[in-house]
Design a protein around this ligand. Sequence first.
Ligand code: SAH
Length: 508
Amino acid sequence: MGDRGKVVLVGAGPGDPGLLTLKGKDAIEQADVLVYDRLVSPRLLEYARPMCERIYVGKTPDRHMLPQEQINVLLADKAEAGNMVVRLKGGDPFVFGRGSEEAQVLRARGVDFEFVPGVTSAIAGPEYAGIPVTHRGLASSFSVITGHEDPEKLESSIDWRLLAQQQGTLVFLMGMKNLPLIAANLMENGMSPQMPVGIVQRGTWPDQRVLCSTLDAVADEVVQRGFANPSIIIVGQVVTLHDDLAWLKKGPLAGKTVAVTRARAQASKLTEALEGLGAVVQEHPMILIAPPDNLDALRDAAVAAGTFDWIVFSSVNGVDAFFDALVNAQDICAADVLSARFVAVGPATAHALEAQGVHDALVPVRFDAEGVVECLEGKIAPGQRVLLVQAQQERDVLRAGLQAYGADVTAAPAYQSVPVEEGRASLVEALRAGDLDAMTFTSSSTVSNTICLLGDDAPLLDGVALYSIGPVTSKTMAEHGLACAGQADEATIASLAQLICQDLGGLA
Ligand code: SAH
């Protein structure tokens, strides 16, 4: 067995990615292998290192991707091979999470394990709906109960008399299918039909929904209003506090579903901005950022970095790749050893340069190649050496524009974006189901790769509002016959999110 082989069973919290513990985040950051479930936010997977192996073993209530026995074996095998394995579970691993069963198998095989508790949906779900599980005068205890028992078994496994007669709050997990039976059992055993019942669907997620009802009416209302799993059922007087204590503000994009097509590693800023406005975001990455076919030009440029008067970056990817190459070539990373003036195409790129110690990069008024050419007019002296750190597929605008000023221009392809299959199946499924209100394109390559990957399914895009980050992306959309619902004022993520908010959220 390897030195560091072990399994850390981490509670991921109920949905809102901010509810992961610091210790849980540390564990994910160190993981060699990440084994995760359906109720875990995809955003948490981004903390893992690029090389970390991600294994989805998600379950829906009726279907297991991987039977529990195989999950147990998988965890033990991966740890025995010397890996630091993180088993990421929704909520808390010990609350109907089978974390203890997995640990028993690990102990039997002599594999080390640790637990990192999580925020359980049994408490946090009600809390995000303004329903406290205890409240002085209303409930001095609470019980967390599985509602998933086989209906025939209901009477034998759960003491309904005891539950129906105690004063505390009852919190049922996995109970939506059996809700009519749960309500009937409680009433038969003496609980008032008027007892308040709250349902919190997808608590703490951007599309959280809450329903307040009574024991005799709740089963019908749930059907009428289409509430489904995953939901928490809360039975008790505390539910009446929802009216006073509900605090979660619905954002202007509440009820809208927006697809993000950029590379997974870059998606989080846009996802966060849209979720912050209340939208449900689906990430369907259509591109992957990869090294260029030929790295020689970038390597040569890094070796000769000190000879350039200007270095121009056309994206964050270029900044990352250039400074990696610089460290490799010269064993330096401090930008101040270079005498060049730096130019960033937009604020995100300037921000990435700041992280590398470059604080005075020029940023044009218009955030694209044309804007850079405009902004350098009169600043570049004839004969000055300019390095362009750019995408392999870059348009010729920069080189041509700067050469026209008499500059000696060297272009170094630093990365390329390649189509990835990863998002295709999920995107087609979402489009077919009519789930998407809007889709975002943040570069020409996200547009052309989406079209290329969708193939015959491309007409499915017709019913979706398609938003573009800037003029170059819009032009590519037009070339592919896609109708653009709107173009961001500034080519930034913030501006794109703002546009969608105004357009779809009906805000001025
Ligand atoms: N270990 C988890 C519970 C796993 S059992 C925890 O501590 O939260 C799965 C059940 O949890 C679901 O059927 C549902 O009843 C509940 N659940 C999990 N996440 C939820 C959420 N965000 N909102 C409402 N219910 C949730």
